[in-house]
Design a protein around this ligand. Sequence first.
Ligand SMILES: CC(C)(COP(=O)(O)OP(=O)(O)OC[C@H]1O[C@@H](n2cnc3c(N)ncnc32)[C@H](O)[C@@H]1OP(=O)(O)O)[C@@H](O)C(=O)NCCC(=O)NCCS
Length: 298
Amino acid sequence: MAQVVVRLYRPDDAPAAVAFFGEAAGLDPTLQAVTPDGWDQYCNMSFNAGARDFAIAERDGALAGVLMSYGGVWQDAAFRHFRIVVHPHHRRQGVGTRLLRLVEAQDDPPTTRLQSNLIGTWTAGQAFARKECFRIVRSQIFMTRVGPAPDAVPVPEGFTLRAYRGPEDDADWTRLTLEGYGGTPDFSGITQDDLDSYRSGQGFGLCFAERDGDVCGLCHTMDWQDEGPCINSVVVTAKARGCGLGKALTAAGMRAALGDEGTKISLNVVSDNEPALAIYRGLGFETTDESVTWQKPR
Ligand SMILES: CC(C)(COP(=O)(O)OP(=O)(O)OC[C@H]1O[C@@H](n2cnc3c(N)ncnc32)[C@H](O)[C@@H]1OP(=O)(O)O)[C@@H](O)C(=O)NCCC(=O)NCCS
């Protein structure tokens, strides 16, 4: 039986780790290769603390698995977030399990929960997590629409749409964001700094709906890294729901974001948000991927 040795990651493992991900992605198309710079940047992101808690599994001297792991605090509770990748040639030999045992021992006292984000195509990862008694706490769908801007959708009677006017609208922007997203488990609040940064960011677009002078809906769009425009938020206040305002607002936001030239727009949405999904599907968005958060309370 081949011997598996687990040890902490060292900075001089970087070239071998990059080669590992490249090879693994060549054999398993659901994985992604990394560049040396991309790996270095990832290891040095503040939460990863220079890959301090990362680990390597070797099987008979060959690099068989990599653990990426960091601890954090959310709503006053400590958690540990991790990802394990086992080389396709070394799977089903207990390597993933050995790395998970290390994750479990990384905090003293133990954190309240362990968690991992698994993309939908990682079927082995889902089976592994299920066997280890993790459960799904949340899932998000990534959607994209390719094509010219949609036709305008008629605004329901009694409502008008208008563009953001400037800081005088910030109180309404904050109020609607809290109403729309305040209850989601990973919502961490919205500050004036957040609004200022959105406003000065690439591709900023914000459209409001009003009825009798009351702001009762919004659609906020922005550019997402190099991916082009995305819909960041759509909110309709409880009293104004159910009459088609969300669809009219979303279409208006898309038209402004795409203009005459744009062809691709994306978004992500919590997967049980049926009203939002109906709007997005109705406007031509299609699901491209899913990310599922698994957790194990301790
Ligand atoms: C998920 C992954 C890390 C598992 O690594 P591994 O070393 O093969 O896992 P182990 O050998 O320790 O498997 C432990 C148990 O998990 C379950 N399991 C693992 N892979 C499975 C698969 N392909 N199908 C069904 N069950 C599976 C089994 O119950 C297995 O026990 P068994 O082999 O005795 O039946 C590996 O497949 C991988 O790297 N996948 C891509 C990345 C990923 O999904 N990472 C998620 C973990 S954060």
